[in-house]
Design a protein around this ligand. Sequence first.
Ligand code: FAD
Length: 448
Amino acid sequence: MAPARSKTSRLHVAVIGAGAAGLVAARELRRENHSVVVFERNTQVGGLWVYTPDSEPDPLSLDPNRTIVHSSVYDSLRTNLPRECMGYRDFPFVPRPEDDESRDPRRYPSHREVLAYLEDFARKFKLEEMVRFETEVVLVELEEKKWRIQFRNSVGISGDEIFDAVVVSNGHYTEPRVAYVPGIDSWPGKQVHSHNYRVPDPFNDQVVVVIGNFASGSDISRDITRVAKEVHIASRSNPSETYEKLPGSNNLWLHSMIESAHEDGSIVFKNGKVVQADTIVHCTGYKYHFPFLNTNGYLTVEDNCVGPLYKHVFLPALAPGLSFIGLPWMTLQFFMFELQSKWVAAVLSGQVSLPSEEKMMEDVTAFYAKRDANGIPKRYTHKLGGSQVEYLNWIAEQIDAPLLEQWRAEEVEGGYRRLATQSDTFRDKWDDDHLIVEAYEDFLRQKL
Ligand code: FAD
């Protein structure tokens, strides 16, 4: 049941980041009549989807003082979800009559199309007028029940400003996690994290080991097969005897995880196979990272668990002044950003109320206990996957929004299945045309 709606108040709210999460947060906050400033350190909206051929000088991005390149998008990237279910609910990600020939109408379009969609979204809802571009937030801290934000612009000029509330939407695909490989310190080859992968050319004629076989690992290994001599995927989720040649190319093998790396350049897998490799590409994910945030210890990030957070959004001790949009993964990202944003905006205006701090903490404690009892590692705290429908519908109920459409739930389910079972063809072959029809009928009905 949706919590009671009451009086409304207008707050001065800061949003950090103008990616897919920050843009919709800004829209929903303004719709609830708040005054909004979006801080964006880049020169344009779109966040992760702003592709750049540049990568960081440190290929594993381990140096904390390195120059940060935000985007992790590679040149060949196409979406890993069908576009109908990927967009915001009230601004579907579908080809429009006004699109020119530069647009990509495919069901799983290129990253350029996602950026164009986000730019269309920002234009349609006049969001850029709220954004301070080339302005990086360097500190967020509490000051007498308000929030002081310190920022720095591209020419080094700093300033600060007081806000009633802060919405953090800085993305979480910029700070790499790197796999530990026994013996790696004496191994003479090169290593790079997928965050710094752009094109396959540097791997010409090489033997390459890719660690990780989820979305990026699967894509990048296939991209590299076009120029490399051999590509070997090491995956810790496979049984130790795993060794198979993968379909779709003649130089790609799947193994279990790496056992060890050696001074002579060899890599030994847990299945006993040995290869002389030139480069290891770590497609091993990312860390949540909030270098600007000072909560006096209320918020911690431990083994990729950001907490304690009520429903992945509110920090109970400091709610509702500090909130996070976009932490959960393996879900319908833009759709979730939109729901979370509506919830935050309505809570801040007093339209929707939160439980007491104690009740929120009880909920978080129960959630962690269930996670632990089910043997789910801490680092998967924010992974939704099978629980996404329940989560998204719970938020929808808080704000009286319609529940997840059946076609959308089925599309995403089928999308994950195809991604896992036909990773070389899933973007161009599918068996759910009936869901596309249902989606478009739905958009038509709502005149979207
Ligand atoms: P981001 O897009 O990363 O935006 C964060 C913004 O915050 C950036 O503009 C950044 O410049 C700004 N920022 C950061 N720190 C500061 C600061 N201190 N001060 C000011 N500004 C700051 N999702 C899908 O739905 N479909 C897909 O096909 C898909 N493919 C993906 C492929 C890859 C390789 C990756 C890494 C992710 C993919 N995702 C996909 C998930 C994707 O992350 C989300 O879809 C979404 O774009 C993330 O949006 P965001 O706004 O949370 O973060």
